[in-house]
Design a protein around this ligand. Structure first.
Ligand SMILES: [Zn+2]
Length: 224
């Protein structure tokens, strides 16, 4: 999986102008600190050290990866809901889509075979899910989300299980920018990653927000 992601990484981006500015300032402050130390100028050393700490902190913040941002249509989520709840058994599929201006837009379902499905669990076929990921790579797309259903109702029924969290950690560890989505039988959807620092914008009328990462869908179906 790691090799797949590396292949999509492409050429390194050009240096960020602000980062370049801060790195030059950091070097000048290091020189100034060295000169002050040689002259044993304590107050100059103190000022240079304070400024150096500020610049270093700015560089650290600049280099920290931005939290993932997702935008998804409520119409697409309703379509997913119907697919995930069309029979009694749990269902699971991947989702891909475009990435624009740093926003990830899951909107294309990617199906793969299942090894096992029942009312309380679903397991993807390993070989077929890998084939699906390779096909995405060939098409220049990345895995942006994975959706599955839970068998019960209510927001609390969408809490990720230990298996769900483990699967998500493995995807993130392999470099996939994917978010998990768990659907209840009555139209609640919870998005999750191993770190809660991400945003999901659900586009469309009638969507009820339930906290930063959960919604209830409009027109989810007869179960409501
Ligand atoms: Zn689950």
């Amino acid at each position: 999986m790691t090799a797949i992601v590396r292949a999509t990484a492409g050429a390194a981006p050009p240096p960020h102008p602000l980062r370049q500015h801060l790195e030059h300032r950091q070097q000048r402050l290091l020189d100034r600190l060295g000169r002050a130390a040689r002259l044993r100028a304590r107050s100059a050393m103190s000022r240079a050290h304070r400024d150096l700490c500020e610049v270093t902190e700015c560089l650290r913040l600049l280099e920290a990866p931005a939290p993932p941002r997702y935008a998804v249509s409520a119409l697409f989520l309703v379509e997913c809901f119907h697919e995930l709840t069309k029979d009694e058994d749990e269902q699971l599929f991947f989702v891909t889509g475009p990435e624009s201006g740093g926003v990830l837009v899951p909107c294309v379902r990617v199906a793969f075979a299942h090894e096992h499905r029942s009312a309380v669990g679903v397991t993807g076929d390993t070989a077929d899910s890998h084939r699906a990921l390779i096909n995405l790579e060939v098409a220049g797309h990345r895995l942006l989300a994975h959706c599955h259903s839970h068998p019960s109702q209510g927001l609390s029924s969408t809490t990720p299980s230990g298996t769900d969290q483990g699967f998500q950690r493995r995807l993130e560890g392999a470099g996939y920018p994917a978010v998990g989505a768990i659907f209840s039988r009555d139209g609640f959807v919870r998005f999750f990653r191993s770190n809660a620092d991400f945003t999901v914008e659900v586009f469309g009328a009638g969507v009820e927000r339930h906290g930063p990462h959960a919604v209830r869908l409009p027109f989810a179906g007869a179960a409501r």
